[in-house]
Design a protein around this ligand. Structure first.
Ligand code: GTP
Length: 234
């Protein structure tokens, strides 16, 4: 344990409050779909899991669930905390996955498509799962970078593993891919089931939400856009 970690464990202010104050002091936004990894110190995520577990335990008690005698819910508060902080909302708390970029030595300038990439997310409103498929079209030029195929899925997972609305999620993803690839054109299509509409609410099991982003050549060249859309026809 370094001196910073030691001071963390001795500080009685809840870890969420310490992190929040730090973000506010730097005027950093911390909406549900923002990544705050750069503002966390070593050891804080574990403390955050413990704090959130305590709150979930109290929420279970408020739901009048006998977690002491009900063997099925005895550790649910802690399970929920671990699930949110280290799995389904992990994209808020960890840095972007390492992505090796390669120069476009062959000067490729043809359409590349990756997909369908399976995506898991959750809506910001009810924290219900959002499960879908993503297609990515890239039009490179000589100055673009190339990345390994699996990195598209890793980057998408990082952006989507946050409480999101689909309209903002796809824009965030486009920004990260543009910064990484520097493409001449980028096209994204996201097709997802929102369980807030299926499990609860209107309980419509059929309706999906499909949205897209078309940038650069995909916006200016309708033939390229049509080629991409015809190749991903679902
Ligand atoms: N635009 C948009 N809406 C979403 C998304 N995910 C979930 N929603 C919807 O956002 C709404 C949440 O806000 P409200 O309308 O205040 O919630 P509610 O009254 O509980 O809504 P109902 O689902 O109609 O019961 C719900 O209708 C969700 O179905 C998304 O990615 N984009």
């Amino acid at each position: 344990m370094n001196s910073r970690d030691a001071s963390l464990s001795q500080n009685l202010t809840p870890i969420s409050v310490q992190i929040t104050r730090r973000l506010q002091a730097k005027n950093i936004r911390f909406y549900a779909n923002d990544n705050i990894a750069d503002h966390l110190c070593a050891g804080e995520l574990e403390l955050l899991v413990d704090e959130v577990a305590g709150h979930f335990q109290r929420a279970l008690e408020s739901l009048v669930i006998d977690t002491h005698n009900d063997h099925n819910t005895r550790d649910t508060g802690h399970r929920l905390a671990r699930m949110f902080v280290t799995e389904v909302f992990r994209g808020r708390y960890v840095g972007m996955p390492a992505v090796t970029t390669f120069p476009n030595i062959a000067q490729l300038n043809e359409l590349m498509i990756v997909g369908p990439i399976h995506i898991n997310s959750a809506c910001s409103h009810h924290f219900c799962p959002v499960i879908g498929k993503l297609w990515i079209g890239v039009m490179p030029d000589a100055d673009s970078s190339l990345i390994g195929l699996s990195k598209y899925a890793r980057i998408a997972g990082w952006v989507l593993n946050r409480p999101q609305i689909q309209e903002e999620a796809i824009l965030q993803l486009a920004q990260v891919l543009t910064a990484t690839l520097k493409p001449k054109g980028l096209a994204l299509v996201l097709d997802a089931d929102h369980l807030c509409m299926q499990w609860r609410g209107v309980k419509d099991g059929e309706a999906k939400f499909t949205n897209s982003v078309m940038q650069g050549l995909f916006l200016s060249n309708s033939d390229l856009r049509k080629e991409f859309l015809s190749l991903i026809r679902r």
